[in-house]
Design a protein around this ligand. Structure first.
Ligand code: DCP
Ligand code: CA
Ligand code: CA
Length: 351
C-alpha cells in the first residue's frame, strides 16, 4: 500500500486576455472596442495572438489567421505584438503573486500555479489569499486575472477557466468528481484533437464526456496511449498528483522556421533544417544540456502538422548528429504527401 497523500490546496492564476488587456490599459480609449493583438492584417500568413472579449463576440480567437479575423471583424483595432513590454508587465505581476506564496510555478507569461498547502489551513483561507492577489494586481498593475482553487493542478486550472474573466472559483475536493463529469474530455490537459478522436472512436461516440471516458479500462487506455494512458485514466477521475515545481528545469530546446512561401524545394527545406539542427546543438552546448531524443515537426500549407520523435543518445550530440537523425523523419513526412511545406522544426529533449 502506498502512503496516503496529504491533501493539497493548489491555486491557478491566469491573466485575462493578457496581451490585449495590457494594450487597453495603455490606451484607455480602446476600451469597449474590439482589440486584436497579432500579425499585420496585410500579412497573409500571420495569426491572432489574442484579442479582447469584445472581439471574441465576433468569433475571433488566438491562433486564427489574421486575414480571417479582419474579415470577421473589419473594424477591430489591430495591434502588433509588443512582446518585450508584455514580459516586463508579466514580471511585475508575478513578483506580486510570489509575495503571497513563494511556492510558485510560472507556466507562461500570464499564468502560474501556487501550492498553498503549507501556507493555509483551509480552502476558505486560500480564497482570501486569492482575493488579495487579485486586488493587489489590480491596484498596482490595473490588470484583471482569474483564479481557480482546488485540490490539484488540473482541477485548479479548470476552476480558473470556469469563471473567466475576472473570476475566482473554488472546486472543493468533494465536488471534483462531479464537476468534470459532464464536460468534454478535452478539458483534461493532454487531450488534444488527436487523442480525443482516438477515444471517440474507441467509445463509438462523437463528443465523449469525461463520464463516458471513465468507462474505459486502464489497460485499454494504456494500449491506446502508452504511459500517457494511465495518466488520462487518473485525470478522468479528477486525480492529478503532479507537484508544483518552483524551478522549472529546461525539458527541451527547439527551433522552428516558417517559410516565406510554402515550398516543396527539398534543397531549400534541408538547408533550413540543417541550420535549425546546428542552432539547437549550439543551444544545448551553451546550456550544458545533453540530448536524449529529438522531435521533428513538419507543417503543410493547409496546417496539417506531423511530428515524430526518436531517442537518440550519442555522448556529445552535435548539429550534424541532429541533422542526420532528423533528415529521414522529415523526408518521410514530405514524400508521403504532395502538399507544400509551410513550417519545419526540430526539438531536442534534454537531461
Ligand atoms: N498567445 C499567443 N498565441 C496563442 C495563444 C496565446 O500569442 N495561440 C499569447 C497571447 C495571450 C497570452 O499568450 O494574451 C496568454 O494566452 P491565454 O491562452 O491565457 O489567453 P488570453 O490571456 O489572451 O485570454 P484568456 O482571457 O482566455 O486567458
Ligand atoms: Ca490568460
Ligand atoms: Ca494562459
Amino acid at each position: 500500500m502506498s502512503k496516503k497523500k496529504e491533501k493539497r490546496i493548489i491555486m491557478h492564476i491566469d491573466m485575462d486576455y493578457f496581451f490585449a488587456q495590457i494594450e487597453e490599459r495603455e490606451n484607455p480609449h480602446f476600451k469597449g472596442h474590439p482589440v486584436v493583438v497579432g500579425a499585420d492584417p496585410a500579412d497573409k500568413r500571420g495569426v491572432v495572438s489574442t484579442c479582447n472579449y469584445e472581439a471574441r463576440k465576433y468569433g475571433l480567437k488566438s491562433g486564427m489567421p489574421i486575414t480571417r479575423a479582419k474579415k470577421l471583424c473589419p473594424d477591430a483595432i489591430f495591434l502588433p505584438v509588443n512582446m518585450n513590454f508584455y514580459k516586463k508587465v508579466s514580471a511585475l505581476i508575478f513578483a506580486i503573486v510570489k509575495k503571497h506564496c513563494s511556492k510558485m510555478e510560472k507556466i507562461s507569461l500570464d499564468e502560474a500555479y501556487l501550492d498553498l498547502s503549507k501556507r493555509v489551513r483551509s480552502f476558505k483561507e486560500a480564497v482570501k489569499i486569492g482575493r488579495s492577489i487579485k486586488k493587489e494586481i489590480w491596484q498596482k498593475e490595473k490588470i484583471t486575472c482569474s483564479i481557480g482553487v482546488a485540490e490539484n493542478k488540473m482541477m485548479a486550472k479548470i476552476a480558473c477557466e470556469m469563471e473567466k474573466p475576472d473570476g475566482l472559483k473554488v472546486i472543493y475536493p468533494s465536488q471534483t468528481y462531479q464537476v468534470i463529469a459532464d464536460m468534454g474530455i478535452e478539458v483534461v490537459p493532454g487531450i488534444g484533437p488527436k487523442s480525443k478522436q482516438i477515444i471517440a472512436r474507441f467509445l463509438g461516440v462523437e463528443d465523449p464526456s469525461v463520464k463516458q471516458a471513465r468507462e474505459i479500462k486502464k489497460r485499454d487506455l494504456v494500449d491506446l496511449f502508452g504511459k500517457r494512458g494511465s495518466d488520462f485514466f487518473d485525470k478522468f477521475k479528477g486525480v492529478d498528483n503532479s507537484p508544483v515545481v518552483t524551478k522549472r528545469e529546461i525539458k527541451s530546446i527547439g527551433r522552428e522556421y516558417t517559410f516565406k512561401k510554402d515550398t516543396r524545394d527539398s534543397e531549400k527545406i534541408f538547408k533550413v533544417f540543417k541550420a535549425l539542427s546546428y542552432d539547437v546543438a549550439s543551444s544545448l552546448h551553451n546550456k550544458k544540456k545533453r540530448c536524449k531524443g529529438i522531435t521533428v515537426v513538419c507543417r503543410f500549407e493547409d496546417f496539417e502538422t506531423h511530428t515524430k520523435q526518436i531517442s537518440f543518445l550519442p555522448k556529445n550530440c552535435t548539429g550534424k548528429d541532429i541533422y542526420k537523425k532528423g533528415v529521414p523523419l522529415l523526408l518521410d513526412f514530405i514524400t508521403k504527401k504532395s502538399k507544400k511545406v509551410r513550417l519545419i522544426g526540430v526539438r531536442a529533449t534534454v537531461f
